[in-house]
Design a protein around this ligand. Structure first.
Ligand SMILES: Nc1ncnc2c1ncn2[C@@H]1O[C@H](COP(=O)(O)OP(=O)(O)OP(=O)(O)O)[C@@H](O)[C@H]1O
Ligand SMILES: [Mg+2]
Length: 236
């Protein structure tokens, strides 16, 4: 469903992504784990068609993203690293506005259902976003992604700014989405969170995929193992 094929991105003679190869199957949660500047957001931007591969391909459903950016955007929901929501609008108004840009129309009660799923307090929903905490803004952005009803989710640091309870709720939500057939590519530097939710983890270091970990059937990926690999300086 999602596939990187020898994917390279070079910007100003600097190799940002170095021949990435990975696949995410339908219904799978794949976490690309890496430190600051590893190339995580760049990978997502390439899959969304914001960046063109220098060589190699970013494929969705067997088609190169760059050949059909419009179709890709229709089938995907993207949670950016820092959500750009309007401060002078309420959360609900932001949702309706951004959905309208995508030609999607939802009733207030459908929007409330999405807010319920991300546990955004009812009394906050009609308040200006300028009064929101970081976690509340993140929840609004997640609700917007849910309302896109896309089969593929690209999530950039989805749990950043969320407290541990909200993180658990979010992981539960992502697992439910995958169980219902959604395909999820998330990028993060949170080893614990990735192990908790992902079926597979790819370790990205300086634009290179240096390791991959899979969850044994019915179990989680072992945090200790991934943490050791992540913090190791010189991996062969
Ligand atoms: N448009 C650009 N021009 C030049 N360099 C860029 C550009 N976009 C990204 N880079 C560089 O590519 C590298 C990877 O950036 P990227 O944003 O993908 O990292 P990241 O893994 O998402 O990091 P973080 O965890 O800090 O969000 C960085 O060194 C960054 O400076
Ligand atoms: Mg990033």
């Amino acid at each position: 469903m999602i596939e990187a094929k020898n994917l390279c991105i070079t910007i100003n003679q600097s190799d940002i992504l170095k021949s990435l190869n990975f696949q995410v199957a339908e219904g799978e949660i794949y976490a690309l784990l890496g430190g600051n500047g590893a190339g995580k957001s760049t990978t997502l931007k390439t899959f969304l068609g914001f960046l063109k591969p220098t060589t190699g391909q970013a494929m969705i459903n067997g088609r190169a993203v760059k050949d059909d950016v419009k179709a890709v955007r229709q089938h995907t929901a993207y949670l950016p690293e820092s959500a750009t929501l309007y401060q002078h609008l309420t959360a609900r108004e932001n949702i309706h506005y951004f959905l309208s840009l995508a030609n999607i129309s939802k009733t207030d009660s459908e929007v409330d259902q999405a807010f319920d799923r991300v546990a955004l307090q009812p009394k906050a929903r009609d308040r200006h976003m300028s009064t929101y905490s970081k976690g509340m803004r993140q929840k609004t952005a997640i609700a917007l992604a849910l309302l896109r009803e896309a089969p593929i989710f690209f999530l950039d640091e989805p749990t950043s700014g969320l407290d541990p309870v909200a993180i658990d709720e979010f992981n539960q939500l992502v697992s439910e989405l995958a169980a219902n057939g959604s395909t999820i590519l998330m990028v993060t530097h949170d080893v614990y969170g990735a192990c908790q939710v992902a079926n597979r983890i790819g370790l990205l270091r300086e634009g290179e995929l240096v390791g991959e970990f899979s969850a044994p059937a019915g179990q989680q990926i072992e945090t200790e193992l991934v943490h050791t690999a992540f913090t190791q300086k010189d991996m062969a």
